[in-house]
Design a protein around this ligand. Structure first.
Ligand code: ADP
Ligand code: MG
Ligand code: ZN
Length: 207
């Protein structure tokens, strides 16, 4: 694989994949290395609510790095004044204008590293991600371990009371107590509403 950073100007790197695939871990690793190299680093994460630690990016394995919680892409541009590198976690939660923000930063000569879910709980492309992936110089699609079979997981399964969540639910559910699992294509289960639309005569233990 040929993987070189441009030798002049800025660029966009995207780290994507399902939940638990190590996106935040990888983002933290790259940002720490940039700091070791003496670069000025801004770390931002989408602040969709205030339940979590908004002053850090935290991985499921407990790695953490300080961060500013931002509500809109315009604040990322404001905070990035004087920086060499901008890291953004949970970028899928921002509105589509975040792509223009990343492009503007890269055009100004900054290295932009964005981490986010490429697909939502329906396994559909998530918000700004398709556009961002198309405009990035470097893309890494990480895999998690499938909670069901131990294979390579590429999807995020949303569960409500242990059952696949209906696809009619909101893509972003603030404060919901849903559970999530990483699943491979074969183990991913669509919501009951989708299965019923496919087969109206479907009988389940729950109907
Ligand atoms: P992401 O940001 O993609 O959700 P994190 O970087 O926060 O992922 O967490 C990755 C870590 O999660 C792994 O290093 C591992 O310790 C832990 N982990 C828990 N469940 C899984 C899983 N099913 N597959 C892979 N890693 C998992
Ligand atoms: Mg993460
Ligand atoms: Zn599986």
């Amino acid at each position: 694989m040929i993987r070189n950073h441009p030798s002049c100007g800025g660029w966009i790197e995207v780290v994507c994949g399902p939940m638990f695939s190590g996106k935040s871990e990888e983002l933290i690793r790259r940002l720490r290395r940039a700091e070791i190299a003496g670069q000025r680093v801004l770390i931002a994460k989408a602040q969709i609510d205030d339940r979590y630690d908004i002053s850090h990016v935290v991985s499921h394995s407990g790695h953490r790095i300080r961060a500013v919680g931002v509500e809109d892409p315009a604040s990322i541009e404001r905070f990035s004044e004087g920086c060499d590198v901008v890291g953004i976690d949970e970028i899928q939660f921002f509105d589509p204008s975040v792509v223009e923000t990343c492009v503007a930063l890269a055009d100004r000569g900054l290295r932009v590293i964005a981490a986010g879910l490429d697909t939502d709980f329906r396994a559909e492309p998530f918000g700004p991600m398709p556009e961002l992936l198309a405009r990035a110089e470097i893309v890494d699609k990480l895999q998690a371990v499938c909670h069901r079979c131990g294979g390579a997981a590429t999807r995020t399964q949303r569960l409500v009371n242990g059952l696949p969540a209906p696809f009619s639910g909101d893509t972003i559910q603030v404060g919901a107590l849903d559970a999530y699992e990483a699943r491979c294509r074969g183990c991913f289960e669509p919501g009951e509403d989708v299965l019923r639309a496919r087969d109206p005569h479907r009988v389940t233990a729950h109907s």
